[in-house]
Design a protein around this ligand. Structure first.
Ligand SMILES: [Zn+2]
Length: 115
């Protein structure tokens, strides 16, 4: 699973996302809506991804990205990230050993909400 710009065919990276929304579906046909702006040519695109494609995409990004999940989640250009989106990312990461930073981030977030 790779996202590419429809105009110039450049690969779309984590930093190119401008909006992510998770659409839960009762029958399990969850969809993830992503909007992105090509880092090379500036062309804007959007896609509606199946859950499995999203998981695969996130895994490929995080395997190739030196930043921690925490750093990526804190990126301000993304819209508000919901609990569902966090769960989606966590599912994608379950087979990896990258979970510790995400757990720490979630703990910090939960503590904030309790105050
Ligand atoms: Zn482009």
């Amino acid at each position: 699973m790779r996202l590419r710009c429809r105009r110039c065919n450049a690969p779309i990276g984590l930093d190119d996302f401008v909006y992510i929304a998770y659409h839960a579906h009762t029958l399990g046909a969850n969809r993830v809506e992503v909007h992105f702006q090509c880092g090379r040519c500036g062309h804007r695109g959007e896609r509606m991804l199946r859950q499995a494609d999203w998981d695969e995409l996130m895994l490929s990004y995080l395997e190739n990205d030196e930043r921690s999940v925490e750093e990526w989640m804190a990126t301000e250009q993304l819209g508000p990230i919901t609990a569902e989106e966090i769960r989606a990312v966590r599912r994608a990461l379950r087979s990896e050993n990258l979970l510790e930073s995400l757990r720490a981030w979630e703990r910090a977030r939960n503590e904030e909400q309790l105050e």
